[in-house]
Design a protein around this ligand. Structure first.
Ligand SMILES: NC(=O)C1=CN([C@@H]2O[C@H](COP(=O)(O)OP(=O)(O)OC[C@H]3O[C@@H](n4cnc5c(N)ncnc54)[C@H](O)[C@@H]3O)[C@@H](O)[C@H]2O)C=CC1
Ligand SMILES: C[N+](C)(C)CC(=O)CC(=O)[O-]
Length: 490
């Protein structure tokens, strides 16, 4: 088990703690705030309901979370130390002074700083080589971006280790090669924030109107294509050059206020805080966090379905975790061919639940369809085979809903091949939460030629693998409920 130390467990430190913990790391926290344990507990509750279901493969078992009275205790045995104390350079440097006396010389110390350069954090430190900026985005347990910034004081192996660890907890290390104030992303956020303050101060728009301008338009667009790809498309068939020719001249027009920052007078602070209360005060912060998390999970899962952007990153993570989750890619890897095959091992995601507060009926079919996909892969009917023109179509399905299950709970599907020969594949899926049977799915599939869209025999290697599994499963008892039609129990 690997250990992370979290120094400062507020909004961001709490998110880091959840990210490490849910990815199987032990987490040791130091924060002098007597409320820190409660606050991190609440962040963790939100993380547990949203992160595990983001991908389609189960996360590793959670690590252990402990709270410590001193920095010295917290950093003991930590491979990664994440500093997330308030944004004050003197405080951050004081904290490094203390923690470097106790942490391992080979531990990486990441700072969550939103704006300081790594050279400012390293200044005066004996062992500057282990200190880097690892700037996350709120909520740290869901958003994958980390701006990783180092200096010449950081050897290549420290940056490489930092990248490896960040990737290992499902995040995307964006290596900022040249240090600047506020890195890359906060430069944008700061520019947008300044403009927004002017719009409110000048009475042009309320906080809610500004938020609507973002969330009904360019905010959704940015989430999936960023800035340049979006503008390339906006240039039409003529592309980026046309876009720049059309909108370049506007840059000299007074469209932005940038460095001209409105003074934070009491009047301006009250104006913004009052509008914000009116806009969102009906929700507690924890409620708003859950609404935000539900939306983020939904958007990111949509991008996973398209294998795009943050969704493609999640898919790559899922792929890397399959082995650990017991999901195999060929029947020949099975230790015991005569047992039902584990074809799904995942957590119920937030967007699979309905108004009854449990997994909705259509998602049972989703889960069983995913289980069938896994079995197809295991007999050689994988992406390459399908691209060559052969696949299976489902001809008939019968699902029995036996017990309910909720978002955030782990589910597994085990699959028995009832019959597999020639064009036919008859499958029996059983869905469990632990030992509790949740549902069964009986599915008849036919092999097809994708060019003619008609049934056709599979390639010999696919049929051989299917027959091998079907013959091994023939020794299993017939499942209770096999062949049942809707009606009174028999
Ligand atoms: N809030 C945000 O949206 C983001 C903040 N950051 C950065 O993360 C860092 C932390 O910010 P937040 O979590 O927002 O602040 P916060 O105020 O929520 O949390 C700071 C925590 O540090 C603790 N603390 C204070 N002195 C300490 C010490 N000597 N040792 C250990 N803990 C101490 C406090 O008790 C508090 O719990 C800052 O550098 C900030 O720029 C980065 C990304 C986003
Ligand atoms: C406002 N902020 C500068 C602290 C924001 C960040 O640093 C990143 C984020 O999560 O928006």
């Amino acid at each position: 088990m690997t250990t992370a130390a979290i120094i400062g467990g507020g909004v961001i430190g709490g998110g880091w703690a959840a990210r490490f913990l849910l990815n199987g790391w032990d987490v040791r926290v130091f924060d002098p705030d007597p409320e820190a344990e409660r606050k991190i507990g609440e962040v963790l509750d939100n993380a547990r309901r949203s992160l595990p279901g983001l991908g389609n493969v189960a996360l590793p078992p959670e690590g252990a979370l402990t709270f410590h009275a001193t920095i010295a205790e917290a950093v003991e045995g930590a491979a990664w130390v994440q500093e997330s104390v308030p944004e004050r350079l003197d405080l951050k440097q004081k904290v490094y002074g203390e923690l470097q006396q106790h942490c391992g010389a080979d531990a990486v110390i990441g700072s969550s700083t939103s704006g300081f350069k790594p050279s400012e954090l390293q200044d005066g430190r004996g062992n500057a080589s282990q200190i880097v900026v690892a700037h996350p985005f709120n909520p740290v347990y869901l958003l994958p971006l980390i701006e990783l910034v180092g200096t010449e004081a950081n050897p290549a192996d420290v940056i490489a280790r930092a990248k490896e660890i960040i990737s290992g907890i499902g995040m995307y290390p964006l290596h900022v090669r040249k240090e600047i104030d506020a890195h890359i992303a906060d430069r944008f956020l700061e520019a947008v924030w300044r403009e927004a303050l002017w719009l409110v101060k000048d009475g042009i728009a309320s906080t809610e109107e500004i938020d609507n301008a973002i969330r009904y338009g360019f905010g959704i667009r940015w989430a999936q294509m960023g800035l340049f790809e979006t503008y390339r498309v906006a240039g039409g068939e003529a592309g980026m050059k046309h876009f720049m020719a059309q909108f370049g001249p506007c840059l000299t027009a007074p469209w932005t206020k940038l460095m001209d920052v409105p003074e934070f007078t009491d009047e301006l602070v009250d104006l913004i805080a009052d509008q914000s209360d009116e806009q969102s005060g009906m929700h507690s912060i924890r409620e708003l966090e859950r609404i935000r998390d539900d939306n983020l999970v939904g958007m990111m899962r949509a991008m996973s379905a398209n294998d795009w952007g943050a969704g493609a990153l999640q898919n790559a993570q899922d792929k890397a975790r399959e082995g650990e989750a017991g999901l195999l890619s060929h029947v020949d890897q099975m230790v015991d061919l005569a047992q039902p095959v584990l074809t799904l091992n995942r957590t119920v995601p937030l967007d699979w639940t309905d108004y009854n507060g449990h997994m909705t009926e259509s998602r049972y079919l989703d889960a069983f369809a995913n289980a069938t996909d896994r079995l197809m892969i295991m007999i050689g009917c994988d992406a390459e085979y399908i691209a060559s023109g052969g696949s299976y179509f489902t001809a008939e399905t019968h699902i029995r809903h036996i017990d309910e299950v909720h978002a955030g709970h782990a589910i597994q599907v085990k699959t028995q091949v009832i019959m597999g020969a020639g064009k036919k594949m008859h499958l029996w899926h059983e869905m469990f939460e632990g030992d509790r049977l949740l549902a069964t799915g009986e599915h008849m599939l036919l092999h097809v030629d994708l060019a003619t869209r008609r049934s056709a025999p599979p390639a010999p290697h696919v049929e051989a693998a299917l027959v091998k599994l079907a013959e091994a499963h023939a020794a299993l008892a017939a499942p209770a409920g096999l062949g049942r039609a809707i009606g009174a129990p028999r």
